[in-house]
Ligand binder design. Structure first.
Ligand code: G4P
Length: 527
């Protein structure tokens, strides 16, 4: 197969949801339906108890086992589907934002009882900012849930895009009869249980079919009215509007009962885009160019603290990756020849020896690769768009044993490069290093890892800051003047980008008003 053909059959997406909406269950069922796993339960088993999510020991464990499960590759209907996992806990949402830069589409899972929840909204904002197409799956129709019309309205108001139902539920909870496939004009009958695979459901053809009305009574009458309403009021599905992130196709089902899963898989193949071109600073990079290029979007430390090795997750942007090929890191000019690429869950081993645009390869290394790094066959390329968000929580960090200060710096630099935490070095002499996080749990994980991986007992102390903005100015003199006037609030991050740290929104506002020539950024893009 040519590179162009290989690219055309790839679909790379992430599942996003609020915890407990059913992301793990749906992931597992997608794998099951695609034949990538044989037994239900194997993905679920990897998910540590959610009640332990505040316990960093559990996070440590999850970190280790999650390398292999963070990218799942499956083949379905001649397509190679790459499913990228996102961390469930909101304290690690930064990680999720970066994973979203490596996908071409997102699958949003919504708990039909809870509707659109806060965690989902934040993730959606990232998708919206990037115009990522979103497919929506409304889960748990086997329960008493919200009215489907209300759910649609909620999705539309939160997403700011039109929701176009492809299927419609008939009843819910105990009276859940199934879903009506609006495009194919037929009803798929619900049966509880996890044994069913693929299209083994009973189907009844035709919305006007008296057999449906007779069997489902009031639930059908209601669904029928709603479908008529939708047909009259909802916009028709428009593939280009979906690809531009202006419409989302909506499916209803019950993941635990394997119901509605097949439709989602088919939608991924039929609707979701193949990998597209990527914009580098130098030029537009096409996915089917002969030469390889890829971007590190995630770095994960391995479990073995003695080796301190890390796995860099590289999304292939163009060309073909072959095991053992010679690659150049654009940032440093260093060469590497990755041989032992990390295997992800996949049906066919040979898929791992070669990878094409859309695929993800895991390259073990000892710090050669950082977040945002670009690998090529020699060309110097830089991609923008890997987001770092301004932290909202800060702690000052000191080492208990002053002789370990060097280890502290090494540890924090590496953890900072990995994106586990943001590290700020104050410009004022003698100031303690500052850690910036989006979630409280990040501090605990960092303190734990400093101790176990770097032998440093760190003391974390409250900090007076709770906001950061990266600052730039068209005129370097203006920037310098601002920095001098605010020396106590200036710090440098791990790539030496300058930030202004404030203790209140009011302080930030004052600074902005006094220095109109300075730009304050809540997000920094790597590259
Ligand atoms: P998450 O990854 O998004 O956090 O969610 P997960 O799949 O773990 O699902 C959260 C809970 O919702 C689980 O129940 C799961 O069994 C249940 N669930 C998933 N899909 C459906 C569905 O279609 N219908 C119903 N009724 N429940 C569903 P749990 O009791 O919290 O965990 P467990 O004991 O089942 O593992």
């Amino acid at each position: 197969m040519s590179i162009t053909q290989e690219v055309a059959r790839r679909r790379t997406f992430a599942i996003i949801s609020h915890p407990d909406a059913g992301k793990t269950t749906l992931t597992e069922k997608l794998l099951l339906f695609a034949g990538a796993i044989q037994i239900a339960g194997s993905v679920k088993a990897r998910k540590a108890s959610r009640h332990a999510s505040s316990d960093w020991m559990e996070i440590e464990k999850q970190r280790g086992i999650s390398v292999a499960s963070s990218v799942m590759q499956m083949e379905y209907r001649d397509c190679v589907i790459n499913l990228l996992d996102t961390p469930g806990h909101q304290d690690f949402s930064e990680d999720t934002y970066r994973v979203l830069t490596a996908v071409d589409a997102a699958l949003m899972v919504i708990d039909a009882a809870n509707g659109v929840e806060p965690q989902t909204i934040r993730l959606l904002q990232v998708c919206r900012a990037r115009n990522t197409p979103i497919i929506t799956f409304i889960n748990k129709l086997d329960r008493e849930v919200q009215e489907p019309l209300n759910l649609l309205a909620e999705i539309e108001s939160h997403l700011g895009m039109d929701a176009v139902p492809f299927s419609w539920p008939v009843g819910m909870g105990r009276s859940f009869g199934g879903v009506f496939d609006i495009r194919r004009d037929r009803m798929r009958i619900f049966r509880a249980g996890q044994e069913r695979r693929g299209n083994q459901d009973d189907l009844i053809q035709g919305l006007g079919n008296p057999a449906i009305a007779a069997r489902f009574g009031d639930a059908f009458v209601k669904a029928n009215e709603e479908i008529e309403l939708i047909n009259a009021a909802a916009p028709a599905f428009d593939q280009s509007a979906f690809l531009a992130g202006r419409q989302t196709p909506v499916f209803f089902g019950s993941a635990i009962n394997n119901f509605g899963v097949q439709e989602v898989l088919d939608a991924l193949v039929d609707l979701a885009p193949k990998p597209g071109s990527r914009t580098a600073l130098q030029r537009e990079v096409q996915p089917d160019e002969p030469k390889f290029s890829g971007v590190v979007f995630k770095v994960q430390a391995n479990m073995d603290p003695a080796h301190r090795d890390r796995v860099a997750f590289v999304r292939v942007s163009s060309g073909r990756f072959d095991r053992g090929m010679r690659l150049k890191v654009s940032r440093t000019g260093k060469e590497m020849r990755p041989n032992n690429v990390v295997s992800f869950l996949s049906q066919r081993r040979e898929l791992l020896d070669q990878a094409y645009a859309g695929d993800v390869i895991g390259i073990p290394n000892h710090g050669v690769l950082q977040l945002g790094d670009v690998l090529t066959e020699g060309e110097n390329l830089q991609f923008t768009g890997l987001p770092f968000f301004a932290p909202e929580l800060f702690q000052a960090v000191e080492v208990k044993d002053p002789l370990r200060i060097k280890q502290l710096r090494i540890g924090l630099t590496q953890l900072g490069e990995e994106g586990a935490i943001q590290v700020f070095r104050p410009e004022a002499a003698g100031g303690a290093l500052l850690l910036g996080a989006v979630g409280q749990l990040q501090f605990e994980v960092v303190a734990h890892r400093l101790k176990h991986e770097y032998g440093v007992e760190a003391r974390l102390m409250p900090s007076r800051y709770n906001m950061a903005r990266w600052i730039t100015a068209a005129d370097p003199k203006v920037l310098r003047k601002f920095m001098d006037a605010n020396a106590a609030n200036i710090a440098y991050d791990v790539v030496d980008a300058v930030a202004f740290l404030a203790s209140s929104p009011a302080q930030l506002r004052v600074a902005q008003e006094l220095y109109p020539g300075v730009e304050f950024h809540a997000m920094r893009e790597h590259g």
